[in-house]
Structure formats: structure tokens, C-alpha cells
Design a protein around this ligand. Sequence first.
Ligand code: PMP
Length: 451
Amino acid sequence: MNTPLMINAFDPARAEGLEPRLRQLLQRRERVLGPSYKLFYERPVEFVRSQGVWLYDSHGTPYLDVYNNVPAVGHCHPAVVEAVSRQMSVLNTHTRYLHDGVLDYAERLLATLPDALANAMFTCTGSEANDLALRIARTHTGGTGVIVTENAYHGITAAIAELSPSLGSGVPLGMHVRTVPAPDAYRAAGGGDQVGPSFAAAVQAAIAELQRHGIRPAALITDTIFSSDGVFADPAGFLVPAVDAVRRAGGLFIADEVQPGFARTGDAMWGFARHGVVPDLVTMGKPMGNGLPIAAVVARPELLDRFAAEARYFNTFGGNPVSCAAAMAVLDVIQREGLQANAQRVGLLLLQGLHKLAEKYAVIGDVRGAGLFIGAELVKDRASKEPNPELALRVVNRLRDRQVLISASSPCGNVLKIRPPLPFSAADAELLLETLDELLREDVFRAVLSF
Ligand code: PMP
């Protein structure tokens, strides 16, 4: 995803004011990694260690992590470190031998999902999981058409980049891919009640459009919290009619849980549960191994029959003993430390605090989200709702200067993306809100002074 937040690996003009070590690291990156990678922030940051919700730079300065969902149970959680070290010192192989680690984990994972979703297949990344889910959906339905939201991101393989419009016009969508507007309650004509029906109508129109071109729909795939579209969680249940529509047309619903999954939304373990739907296929990744590369597709078993008959599946690293040990420790910690309840409780505090800030600052047009996945939409004017990506960029960069890490989402990057590790506490939330308040106050002063 290219957002305005990301900078080129080495930009001599920007690098001018940076300390020598950062300048040197940027130059080395450019030399050895090439030009494709992007970094966050005008002043990129180098981290050397982490713990809980804190990251430390090379001077030992702590940064509050309000961004990272991969270390979901906290950076360097001792239980994960211990489980990984123990397994690494005993056995780690490819996945063509019998080992009970993957079975214990699969059983434990499947127990968190609806009964109909009874098979798990392991991969290393979310991209691979989506790629595999797409192949399964196409094989099972015999269709090829896919419907995604307008600024969706589902991953980096060739097939999945073709259905990730947020990668930009340089990465063209596949011929069999159609986009629909995200279910945006803030801008929906007719208000929140209309979100479900209008999302379904858009999906229905996309299905008709595919069919007009002789393309049978294989799947509707959505991130169930619409992270890259701008974070849309409400009203709960809005996915139901769209999922019905794709099924009526012979397609499947793939829930991409890479972002909302594993208790982040607070009300449930999975984002789709908020909407009361049972997907045909669920993909997951990022937080699954707290940093170890493990991801998965979970499916209704009957969807796998034809795929298994026609295609052999092997993934060298996917679901290996060490990754499964990490993933098992993650589930243990989520349950033992009550992280789902924490996400709900602290998420609510954040929503309340942001609503209070919205009373003070008209630039906050909307606050929304579920659990510890929150979006605050910045606008130039509340009446027109014109997006304010410049302010969002300034806020993200100035927060970074004050050692608080967040990011931004939406097609133009005007939605502050607040998505910390799950052990984020009430005190951490207070620190974020105070820092944001200070910064917006300064921005208002600056705007007044510049008149
Ligand atoms: N789906 C969603 C919704 C994502 O946000 C991402 C990663 N940002 C992916 C899939 C791809 O996951 P990975 O980077 O592990 O391939």
C-alpha cells in the first residue's frame, strides 16, 4: 500500500536534517534493498528493542506503540518467547512429517470459530492465505469473478495484488475483479441504516456487471473491519445482505481477518462475528504468531474436496512446529490475560476520549471502530466532510516526534488509524489522547496565527 505517509528509502532532501546514523542507514537500505521499499514518517525511526506496548530507539527513548497489530499480545511477550525458544531447541522441520503441534493448534484455533468452519490450512503470510482461499473459491464454484472494496488491500502475490486496489493504478486490477464502495456510514446517504442495503446493492450491481461479461462470480472478499478503506465497523450486521447476494449468485464469502481477527474488535474473536455472518472461508495472519510468520485459511470442509482432488498443497514453512508453538502461545495469552475484554474496555475509553476531542476540534469529523481498531476521520469542514489528509499526515508525523506511533488509512490517508497491541492499558490510552489534544491545540493556534 502506498499511502502519503510512506517515504522513499532515501530522499537526500528529506535526509538533510536527520542525524548521521539514520542518514547512513537510509543510504545503506537504498544500496542493498533497492528502491521499492517505503518507510514510515518524515523522520524515519530505528528501533532496537521492545517490550509490551513500548518500542525503544537506539538512544533508549521509549515510543508508545499505538499502531502495531502483529505483536498482538505485546512485544516480546515472555510466553511466546519461551514457547518459540523451547520448540526451536527441540525440532523444527518442513510440514511433511507427522507432528502433533500443528494438530493441537488447529483444534484449538477451530474451536474459536463457528462449527461449520472445520478445516484449517496453514501458510506463512496473509497474502498466501488469500491466494489459497481464492484458488479454493474458484475451484469450488467454477467461477472466476471477485468483488472487493474500492480501497481494499489483500496482499502481494500476483493474483492478490490484482484484487488490491489500494496498491494504486500502477498495479492494474484483474479482468475478473470488480470494486464496490466501502460500507461508509459517515458518508452514507440516508445514514447508518442504509449502509447494509446500499453495500448489498453495490455488490449486486457488481455481480450483474460480471455476468454481463460472461464471468461467473467466485467470491466477495472483504476485510471485515475495512482497515484500508477507512475503518468501518457499524452498524453491526451490515455485511449480511451483501453476503446473501454473493451466495445467491453462486459465489462464496471470504472474510479476510488478517486485521480484525484474534480478539482485536473486543466484542468477539473474529470481525465477521460482529455482523452475524458465517463466512465460507476465513483468512488470517499478522497477529497469529505475534511476529512469527504463520497464517491460515479456515474453510467449510466440503469446499476443499475438488481442490484436494485437483491440486496438491504443500507449504514448506506454513504451520511448522516453531510457528505453531508461537501461535499456541498467542491463543493462551489472549485467553489467560483477558485481552479480548481489555480490547473492548480500553477501546471504549479511546472512543469516548476521541468523541470528547471531536467536541473541541471541528477537524475531527467522525470517530468509529470496534475494540482496539479505531479510526478518527479528519475533515476540512464538517458540513462538506471534505477529507483533510494534510492534517492527518501532520498529526501522524508530529505524534511520532512526541514518541507516539500511529498511522493513517482511507484512499487519501485522512483517517487516523489507532490499532495498538492488545495489552494497551487505560493509562496508555490517556497518554495518546493527551498528546493528540496538545498537538491539535497547537495546530489550531498555528492556523490562527497564520491568518
Ligand atoms: N489482508 C489484509 C486485510 C492486510 O491488511 C494484509 C497486510 N497488511 C494482508 C492481507 C497481507 O498480509 P501479509 O502482509 O502477511 O502478506
